[in-house]
Design a protein around this ligand. Sequence first.
Ligand code: NAD
Length: 431
Amino acid sequence: MSTFLETVRESIDEASRTLGLSEGAEMLVAEPKNIIEVSFPVRMDDGNTRVFKGWRVQHNDALGPYKGGIRFAPSVDRDEVTALATTMTIKNAAHALPYGGAKGGVQVAPRELSTRELEGVSRGYVAAIFKVIGPDIDVPAPDVNTNPTIMGWMMDEYSKIAQRTVPNSFTGKPIVLGGTHLREEATGYGGYVILREALREYGNEKSPEDTTVAVQGFGNVGATIARLMAHDGYKVVAIADAEGGLYDEGGLDIDAVEKAQVHAGTIEKNRCYPKALKTAVPKEVDCKVVSPEEFLALPVDILIPAAIEGVINEHTMNDIKAGTILELANGAIDGSAERYLTKQGTLVIPDVIANGGGVATSYLEWVENREGRRWQEKETRKALDDLMKTAFQTAFEYSKKDGGSLRKGAYVAAIGRIVEAMRARGWLNGE
Ligand code: NAD
């Protein structure tokens, strides 16, 4: 089974061969430019000091300032942050954003912290990486277990050290601090725009009412796309979170599930830790509980992994029955599983275009903050739609050219752009 980083590197290698890149040019695209590892102290509620470990990996900045989220999780390590930073370089270029790619992570179990301790970790991390970030250098945003509240604290910490308010030092902020109305739903919404483009281009003829969907992950991204698709008439028959899955072949009432989830713990939801669906769903939602293995094997038309990486791999790929997979979680499908599934005729819509709605909206927030003008929601949505549709069309055109996958199309388009920028900067020595 390939690791996430290996899968990303394989895709870079494949696209580099198609583009005929020299070894040096490929290395410049594949290797991270800076890996910053930090340790910082936080005073805990019991009076003791705890030291936390974090990373900021700045992968490539040929196209502009580094950009990428910050993840809080106990399992975060240097390799994971590096793989995520690499996909950010590709994703930003695939969406034609004027950014390079980066990612940050802190090894922490946020659920075990009080709000005051969580704020301490957020501020401590920013102070530790202050020198290497900034609106024209590297602009962080939320990722798993970080949210607008945390971005607000982080922007404030950055501004305190810089001794001036710097709104565009972070994106994904609360609206009152210059955040955008769309950020919360941006990734799920953007994924839905891409899915519709793909279904149209690949000639899907089923009506939404006849199309069954399973969404793995019921957090920000998964719940948004499940809700949007259910409202448009799609039959969302299954959803799952870390504790288990729910399945009803007649379709789930997603609004009722969301309501039940909010009901189960407002504080948890505000901090992005939805309660387990299994315990949160009361009698009002009538469905079966399925295990993770059963979930992936459900007979659905569209499977949307929107939780964690590596879930579709050589152990699970044989069970997949969905004809279309929309990869909303970064690295949800590993290289060997993708090769197998593509051979079986499954349409795989890869993470680097499917989940770019978040960073594309972050870009719009950054532009808005630079202009010092508030955009109307309509204006932001239209700009986001255009960015997503263009990203899909570009990847699709490249994939048609050489009969390769959509992922390969996206990587070829993105790396072509990055190499053009490196050449224009004179990094490739006239190559
Ligand atoms: P989140 O923390 O809000 O939600 C994650 C969900 O996944 C939760 O419901 C959790 O219970 C569930 N989950 C965790 N482990 C699981 C497992 N083993 N099986 C089933 N469900 C499991 O996170 P999110 O912001 O929705 O992000 C989800 C994925 O999308 C991540 O891979 C993230 O990197 C990617 N992503 C998110 C954004 C964004 O803007 N939020 C942008 C790009 C990519």
